[in-house]
Design a protein around this ligand. Structure first.
Ligand code: HEC
Ligand code: HEC
Length: 270
């Protein structure tokens, strides 16, 4: 073989290798991979190829749903200056007539409930939390037959006055025989959360000193039954009027055991 022949062979095989690599790259990058990945994402082969070539827009990655719970109907509470003003400075007894005449049958005249496992205590609860829930029952954002029929005909002002009335009642009396039974695990979740699971500390919103959302309820003096029912309702999405799904996100990450543990922990909080 002459040196010229050897050069020619060398050039030809190099061109062959380059063309082969290019063809393989084009085939796998623009045809094989888009079609295989597109099939997994439910996209037909032609669309997948067009997307890979940049002819049609869109990425094959489907958007992941955040929670199975539906977001509607949502709360339409408005924190207007007028509402906030009524909540903080309603005349001392403006809401008394309504509270004593209507609410007392279940929540007690002084906000200490007649059957706290079913009817939450109201005394000392945050007025914004009470008002938000009444508003949600009225708009149908929070579902409960009893409470929805109670609030049906109430005006915003009446709801705000009843909320202010109950918020000013003294909290249920301290039981001197009280013993703390909730263990350190509940305490850790409540105070520091679990960053590995993206679970914020309950106290970052629920502590009276935290700058949490204005409608955050104070968690104390409720029974473990009531608290666990509410956490499970957030977890399942049955209760879904919490703004931005804050409590649904938290409750969705809690195990059944943790819900019971935290319900016990907060029922012992005074
Ligand atoms: C016939 C009994 C009954 C009457 C009367 C009643 N409630 Fe209720 N209330 C309930 C029950 C039961 C619940 C729990 C409902 C649920 O799980 O959504 C509740 C829940 C609430 C909540 C939500 C509390 C929370 O922690 O989320 C508020 C606020 C409230 N009631 C305020 C009132 C006010 C104010 C009145 C009077 C205008 C009133 N209720 C009258 C039975 C009653
Ligand atoms: C990002 C703030 C935030 C964090 C963190 C948070 N919560 Fe809440 N929580 C809220 C808000 C806001 C509400 C009221 C939701 C609504 O509008 O219905 C609520 C409601 C609740 C209720 C219902 C109370 C009632 O009276 O109806 C329970 C029980 C509760 N939270 C428990 C917990 C526990 C336990 C944790 C920790 C594992 C926790 N929350 C963490 C903001 C938070």
């Amino acid at each position: 073989m002459s040196p010229e022949d050897s050069d020619r062979l060398w050039i030809r095989s190099s061109i062959g290798v380059v063309v082969g690599v290019l063809a393989f790259g084009i085939l796998s990058g623009f045809v094989i991979m888009p079609v295989v990945q597109g099939a997994q994402a439910g996209i037909d082969p032609w669309t997948a190829i067009c997307r890979a070539l940049g002819i049609s827009p869109g990425s094959p990655a489907a958007q992941q749903p955040r929670s199975a719970a539906s977001g509607v109907p949502v709360s339409n509470v408005i924190w207007s200056p007028q509402v906030l003003n009524t909540l903080s400075s309603a005349p001392a007894d403006a809401g008394r007539e309504l509270a004593v005449g209507v609410c007392a049958a279940c929540h007690g005249e002084l906000g200490v409930s007649t059957d706290p496992a079913q009817f939450p205590n109201m005394a000392g609860q945050s007025s914004a939390a009470i008002y938000k829930q009444l508003h949600d029952y009225k708009s149908g954002a929070r579902i409960n037959d009893t409470m929805q029929s109670v609030v049906q005909d109430l005006t915003d002002t009446q709801m705000a006055e009843a909320a202010a009335y109950f918020a000013r009642r003294a909290r249920p009396p301290w039981d001197v025989t009280w013993v703390r039974t909730a263990g350190p695990e509940a305490d850790r979740l409540a105070r520091t959360g679990d960053s590995a699971r993206g679970l914020p500390a309950c106290e970052s919103c629920h502590s009276p000193a935290a700058a949490g959302p204005v409608e955050t309820p104070v968690l104390f003096a409720q029974t473990p039954q009531y608290l666990s029912v509410q956490m499970r309702a957030f977890k399942s999405g049955q209760r879904r009027s919490d703004l931005f799904g804050r409590m649904r996100d938290v409750a969705g990450k809690l195990s059944e055991r943790e819900i019971d543990m935290l319900a016990q922990y907060y029922s012992e909080m005074r």
